[in-house]
Each structure stands twice: as C-alpha cells, then as structure tokens.
Design a protein. Structure first.
Length: 126
C-alpha cells in the first residue's frame, strides 16, 4: 500500500459530511489554499464522493481493484493514459477502469468530483 505522507498532496480520507448533512462544496473551495487538495465529502453505500481542487500534476498510478470516476465541476482536467490523453471541461466526466495506469493534470485550478470505492488508496496500488 502506498504511503500518503510521501506525496506533496493534501489528501483527507475522513468523511467531511455525514448522512443528513448539507454538502457545502463552495465553502471548501473558498477555504482551500493547497495546490492539490482531495477531501472525502461523503460515503454512499460502499463508495465515496471526493472533492478535488487541483492545479499541477499527479503521479502515474493505477488502482488494481477499483474504477474511478472524474467529473469536472469547474475548469479543465487532463487525464493521461498510456496511449492517449482525455481532455475534460466543466460538466464532463470519465471513468478510468481498474488496472489502467493514469495520471491527472490541471494546467489551471480545476474543481473535480471523484467517485470510487471507500477502500481505494488515492495514490494508487504498488
């Protein structure tokens, strides 16, 4: 398992908004001072919704057991795969299937909703 502390990303795996709580994304965006911020918003059954406020590059990685949805709320996100780059704008999404090596890049600040299983390690499987 990859150690989250070895990367320069702010990754919060705690559930910020429990059931029956308003999920306030604008407040999190306004308060964010990190270039690469990932916060688990809520848990729904065996999955989580995570907020990404991103600028820069993530490292190449893969998830052996988990698919991952990226859905852009605001801005522009690039998802590099081994053979192509997916270019997403606001209100567009893409599922990276389990086992596919990928990295995300944000030339400018982007706000992304990610959905994946609660057990996924965001930095990838070794």
């Amino acid at each position: 398992m990859t150690d989250l502390k070895s990367y320069l990303y702010t990754t919060n795996l705690d559930v910020k908004f429990p059931p029956l709580t308003l999920v306030d994304v604008p407040a999190l965006v306004e308060a964010c001072t990190d270039n690469w911020y990932n916060q688990t918003l809520c848990k729904v059954n065996d999955s989580v919704a995570r907020l990404g406020i991103l600028q820069g590059e993530y490292h190449w990685h893969k998830h052996d057991q988990d698919d991952e949805l990226f859905f852009v709320l605001d801005g522009h996100l690039l998802i590099d795969l081994e053979e192509e780059t997916i270019d997403l704008g606001a209100w567009q999404g893409y599922v990276v299937p389990k086992g596919i090596t990928h990295r995300t890049r944000a030339p400018e600040k982007v706000i992304v909703l990610m959905v994946e299983t609660a057990d996924v390690v965001p930095t990838g499987d070794e």
